[in-house]
Ligand binder design. Structure first.
Ligand code: AMP
Length: 356
């Protein structure tokens, strides 16, 4: 982002012709569908030929495609994208495909705060942020020799949980670890997983207002379906699987819709509010969609093992609304909420406030 002034770039835009663009993957059908419903033009960035699957889902198909040879080539097309009044909506695959360094350098207005990236992608810093916000997190085990209960070993930068494994003691750790890779060990939290989808608007002053300004919405909850851990029990316990030479993996293949006990909603919203407040203190704020990935224990305590600071694919079951967003507005997806925010920002002359 070095030297890029999004507000200045946006001052050159024709506000009536804003184009919402994202990479064709992840939650793009939802983002394009939501943008279209709010009257925006849409642009699908793709590597090579436009994917054919959009033809099967016409209401989620972008108005036009922007094919590139490599995603990193977008850096060279920044001027052209700006000339087309493009605002980029980042999602997890967008950042992964471009690479965080390139994404940070992209000289095109991007919805959300790009300064969050170093805080989100580094496990030490994200813990500092979340624990600093008073969030309960799984215990970290610094020395593998101290593993004395089920722990999850995660590889740094591993995509979609690939290669993660569970170890109950040092012996199991030694047997499974790839010592050429950087890893991180956490207690394996027993409970049920809830991935909570929030939306923070600094521009609105109604609903669940925040002390630092703006308001917070909870638009939905999902659970990821992870292959093969989530169905591994069909063959036996994970230890029996190991005898068969099978290591359970945590690769996300899809998402389930979910609701949580109503008595937990107060804390869920409070956690979101505290994470936003701490982000303001640490790196200038967190706005737009974000997700806390939690386990709820049988003591009804949340433990948050990760944060995603942009739209998550777990919002995809709710293209026409969720049991929570239905209580805010009809047919409100996260993709549509993003488009509404950009429409409001345009009306208020505040696009430079919500894009970086
Ligand atoms: P992550 O890359 O941190 O999102 O982890 C991938 C998957 O591993 C999650 O979706 C969970 O199913 C599982 N997981 C991660 N951390 C923990 C934990 N501390 N306890 C239990 N399961 C976890």
């Amino acid at each position: 982002m070095a030297g890029f002034d999004a507000a200045r770039a946006l001052a050159q835009y024709d506000p009536g012709k804003l184009t919402i663009a994202t990479v064709c993957s992840h939650s793009s059908l939802q983002i394009f569908h939501g943008a279209r419903r709010e009257g925006f033009r849409t642009l699908g960035i793709c590597k090579g030929k436009p994917p054919r699957y959009y033809d099967a889902f016409p209401l989620g198909k972008p108005d036009a495609f922007f094919p590139v040879h490599e995603y990193a080539d977008l850096l060279d097309h920044a001027e052209e994208l700006r000339a087309r009044n493009v605002v980029i909506i980042p999602h997890g695959s967008f950042v992964e495909y471009m690479g965080t360094d390139n994404y940070e350098k992209l000289q095109v207005p991007t919805y959300g705060n790009r300064h969050v990236l170093p805080w989100e992608s580094d496990r030490v810093r994200s813990r500092q942020w979340l624990v600093g916000a008073g969030i309960r997190m799984p215990e970290v085990i610094e020395d593998p020799k101290d593993i004395n209960r089920p722990c999850i070993v995660k590889y740094m930068g591993a995509k979609g949980g690939r290669g993660f494994f569970i170890a109950r003691n040092y012996e199991e750790f030694k047997k499974r670890i790839d010592s050429t890779a950087k890893y991180h060990i956490q207690e394996f939290v027993l409970g049920t997983r809830y991935y909570i989808h929030y939306f923070h608007s600094p521009l609105t002053g109604d609903g669940y207002t925040l002390p630092g300004g703006g308001s917070l919405q909870m638009l939905g909850v999902d659970r990821r379906d992870e292959s093969i851990i989530d169905e591994a029990h069909r063959l036996g316990s994970i230890y029996e699987l190991e005898e068969m030479g099978i290591q359970p993996s945590f690769v996300v293949t899809g998402n389930f819709p979910l609701v949580m006990r109503e008595s937990l909603l107060g804390e869920a919203l409070d956690m979101g509010a505290r994470v936003v407040a701490k982000a303001e203190e640490l790196f200038g704020g967190l706005w737009g969609p974000f997700c806390l990935e939690t386990v709820i224990t049988d003591k009804l305590q949340f433990k948050v093992f990760e944060i995603s600071a942009r739209i998550v694919a777990g919002t995809n079951p709710y293209i026409t609304g969720s049991p929570y967003s239905d209580l805010i507005a009809p047919e409100l997806s996260t993709g549509r909420r993003i488009a509404q925010e950009l429409a409001l920002a345009t009306k208020l002359g505040a696009l430079g406030r919500v894009c970086t």
